[in-house]
Design a protein around this ligand. Structure first.
Ligand code: MN
Length: 251
């Protein structure tokens, strides 16, 4: 397996014997795919990833992307992810980095746009231009996804704000035929791979675990152990706050 600097941070943050996420493998050949993953972690956010330079360049977008050019979405530049993360959907276990449920919200292809418009329109650029635009902090690109289409820019914010880590960018839709005024991301919810909601993905991953609980609880004779399990159940259901799972635990 090939490890490189590009994926060192990804590797350092994760315990691969515990998480179902893919290993930090650098791809020798770079395609032009993109993915947006809806991630129900400590704080719900969307991870926007562009396949570039053998990895997925990644930004965490708290409110998710928008097709309304009036929305300038905060996008925190985070560590590169391996390209095989492209179709990762599932649950990262508790006590692991990014613990929570991941949905593949959108997938598709992207292409770099030229840094400067020609006759007022952005035309196709080169990979070298994309690399230069990324380094400069003003990356223009066109998406052809199932949900996201059209021209966008990722623009790095000048780090003058107090407490800024210098990783704050803005994801902005450009004006074109694909823009939607008042875009509501929740109207486009669901996995593009499996059609599932976050709850369904979480429930599917945890269903065996929850259904086995009542049976094992019956064997708990020691009061202190039963008490500990009850506390853990309470903690887990409070943490997850998923009505469907709660119902299963009670029945
Ligand atoms: Mn994330």
């Amino acid at each position: 397996m090939v490890f490189t600097m590009a994926l060192e941070e990804y590797k350092r943050k994760r315990k691969f014997e515990q998480t179902p996420e893919p290993p930090p493998k650098l791809e020798p050949k770079t395609g032009h795919r993109f993915v947006v993953q809806k991630h129900d972690a400590t704080r719900l956010h969307y991870d926007f990833r562009l396949e570039m330079e053998g990895v997925l360049k990644s930004w965490a977008v708290p409110k998710g992307p928008s097709l309304d050019p009036a929305d300038k979405r905060l996008a925190m530049h985070v560590e590169d992810h391996p390209v095989s993360y492209f179709d990762f959907e599932g649950t990262i276990p508790e006590d692991n980095y990014g613990a929570g449920t991941v949905m593949v919200w959108d997938v598709g292809t992207w292409q770099p746009l030229s840094p400067v418009p020609v006759d007022g329109k952005y035309v196709r650029g080169t990979d070298a231009e994309a690399t230069a635009m990324l380094a400069k902090g003003d990356l223009k690109f066109r998406l052809d996804g199932k949900k996201l289409k059209g021209d966008f820019a990722l623009v790095k914010m000048k780090g003058h704000r107090p407490g800024s880590k210098g990783n704050e960018w803005l994801l902005i839709k450009k004006h074109d035929d694909h823009e939607i005024e008042g875009y509501d991301i929740d109207a486009y919810d669901g996995s593009v791979l499996t059609n599932r909601s976050l709850d369904e993905i979480a429930g599917h991953a945890g269903s065996e675990w929850t259904s086995s609980r009542p049976a094992s609880r019956g064997k708990l004779k020691a009061a202190w152990l039963a008490d500990a399990v009850a506390k853990l159940d309470k903690k887990n259901s409070a943490k997850k706050a998923k009505p469907a799972v709660k119902k299963k635990l009670k029945s």
